[in-house]
Design a binder for this molecule. Structure first.
Ligand code: ZN
Length: 51
């Protein structure tokens, strides 16, 4: 494999997982998804540590 190519090696972590606090639905989004499309509940960013 030739070196010097502009290889896309980093597709990681531009988005975060959010979990619905009410129904547990998981979505991936770059920004906060707002409210859950399933139940209208609030999402919490799973990447953040819980208090
Ligand atoms: Zn929900």
């Amino acid at each position: 494999m030739p070196e010097g190519h502009d290889v896309e090696h980093d597709t990681a972590e531009i988005s975060s997982e959010y979990e619905c606090l009410q129904c547990g639905k998981i979505v991936r989004a770059e920004t906060h998804p707002g409210e859950c499309p399933e139940c209208g509940g609030d999402f919490q960013n799973r990447a953040k540590s819980l208090e």
